[in-house]
Design a protein around this ligand. Structure first.
Ligand code: NAD
Length: 451
């Protein structure tokens, strides 16, 4: 009997069902092992480094996402990808060159996740889009503005989806904080100032054991001078934008979102003060935004690589109160009232609490351990003198953004960070490095943010 292979009749057979023991992924949820279904989405990942692995792990938790191919120029990472994905039920072909992947897997994949170093995003994204694939590409769009621009153009020319990896745009905690608390209900009143920081401890250049090194001819074929530059690409102008672009890209984007406008200037200072590496190891930047109401608000951003004091979080400071938030809820999840608002302000504030926009801080629970990349129960996180945001994200931080992407692929829903939106913050982020280099304020015109 010619029995069509589908989910229902496959499970009917008890012998077959016995062989279908679910595999569990790292965070303990059941991974999809029963295949293929009509709404399966077949995916390739290009660049399986630290972030490629995080994205792949998160995407594998989304029902129906099937990895078919992986590309990485590093054999060590290709082997790792093949083993890890197979153990989680995804049998992938591996490639060294993305062009070969696209040519060979053309019929097998609909989407590509691009997580190579920044300098390759534009070339690879354009090639994937032109091959008819939807693309999820990591931030920063590029370390060069002309290339970020080309990504927007490639998206428009092909009509395919292009999501940029500013994952806070899909994070329900950030959506609640910015859309509901700040914008819709104006709990903080006018937010005159914002602040963001990402501070890290001193760290030496990355190295690997000799047996893992890529032959120099392979490195040079793909444009890397040597293993040191390949591993530490963020610190070299050819491949990345330094800490300012690497980390600032996430957080400066939030100022755009909260104020719903683009900046009019950036003034930044920074230096190669500690390491004497090619890119600045610390940058402090002040952005001026002119809102649609015609008022000027200012945001201060700092990135340090010589002290982890305060780690990473963002703050929105308004006339009635302030909101502190971090991707790791433990590091920021508080809304605090300005006491000057008195009894009347307190009553209003309590109304916002009754509406569920924030909640009273409860007794701290001590029993949590922090699994990497997973935000914690928000009840433990608010400062004692504030209210907590009442939204949890008990899944990997990148997962909602990937879900948003795959929803758009399947159901034609809206992307939360399409290329033209991400381009706006790329303009501002890249300009901070220019302001440091030129020692002057960079003034923006509205048209600078449009392609
Ligand atoms: N959204 C986030 O939270 C987040 C976090 C970290 C990194 N990122 C972004 O992800 C990207 C990758 O960063 P990472 O930390 O994983 O770097 P990484 O150095 O750990 O990994 C990069 C991988 O890309 C591979 N690669 C390099 N050139 C390639 C090419 N031409 N073709 C195919 N593979 C190639 C490398 O071999 C390596 O495995 C960057 O754009 C970075 O900004 C985003």
């Amino acid at each position: 009997m010619d029995m069509k292979f589908n989910r229902r009749n496959f499970i009917k057979s008890s012998a077959a069902a016995a062989s279908l023991l679910p595999t569990f992924n790292v965070l303990g949820k059941v991974a999809e092992t029963i295949g293929p279904k009509e709404d399966d989405v077949n995916v390739a990942v290009i660049g399986y480094g630290a972030e490629g692995e995080i994205l792949t792990d998160a995407a594998m938790k989304i029902p129906g996402v099937r990895f078919k191919a992986v590309c990485d120029i590093w054999e060590y990472r290709r082997k790792m990808a093949k083993g890890r994905l197979r153990s989680l039920g995804h049998d992938v072909n591996v490639y060294e060159d993305y062009r070969e992947l696209l040519a060979t897997e053309d019929k097998n994949i609909e989407c590509c996740i691009v997580a190579t170093p920044d300098w390759m995003h534009a070339e690879i994204t354009r090639a994937c889009l032109e091959a008819g694939k939807h693309v999820y590409c990591e931030k920063e769009m590029s370390n060069r503005l002309d290339q970020a621009r080309d990504m927007v153009l490639a998206q428009r020319e092909t009509g395919k989806l292009l999501q940029i990896g500013h994952q806070r745009r899909s994070n329900p905690r950030y959506v609640h904080a910015i859309e509901n608390v700040i914008r819709k209900h104006q709990v903080l009143g006018r937010v005159t100032h914002a602040y963001g920081q990402w501070n890290r401890s001193v760290a030496p250049f990355l190295t690997v054991r000799d047996r893992l090194k890529i032959p120099v001819e392979t490195l040079q074929k793909y444009g890397y001078e040597n293993m040191e530059q390949f591993l530490n690409w963020r610190w070299f102008a050819k491949y990345g934008g330094g800490p300012m672009v690497d980390l600032g890209s996430h957080q400066i984007d939030l100022f755009f979102w909260a104020w719903d406008c683009t900046p009019i200037s950036v003034t930044a200072v920074g230096g190669k003060d500690y390491y004497n590496r090619e890119m600045n190891d610390n940058v402090m930047a002040i952005y001026e935004f002119k809102t649609k109401q015609g008022v000027v608000n200012r945001a201060y951003y700092q990135v340090l690589t010589t002290s982890s004091r305060g780690a990473f979080y963002e703050q929105f400071m308004g006339e009635y109160g302030s909101l502190t938030i971090s991707e790791i809820a433990e590091r920021g999840n508080t809304v605090q009232r300005e006491t000057y608002t008195g009894e009347e302000g307190k009553l209003k504030w309590n109304k916002f609490i009754d509406m569920g926009l924030m909640m009273p801080v409860r007794e701290p629970v001590k029993a949590y351990t922090q699994a990497s990349n997973v935000a914690l129960d928000v009840r433990v996180t608010a400062a004692a003198d504030g209210n907590a945001l009442p939204v949890d994200l008990l899944k990997p931080a990148h997962m909602p953004h990937l879900e948003n992407f795959f929803d758009a692929v399947r159901k034609d829903t809206q992307l939360s960070c399409p290329a033209d939106l991400a381009y706006e913050s790329a303009v501002a982020v890249l300009a901070a490095n220019r302001s440091v280099a030129e020692g002057k304020t960079i003034h923006f015109k509205p048209e600078d943010f449009h392609v």
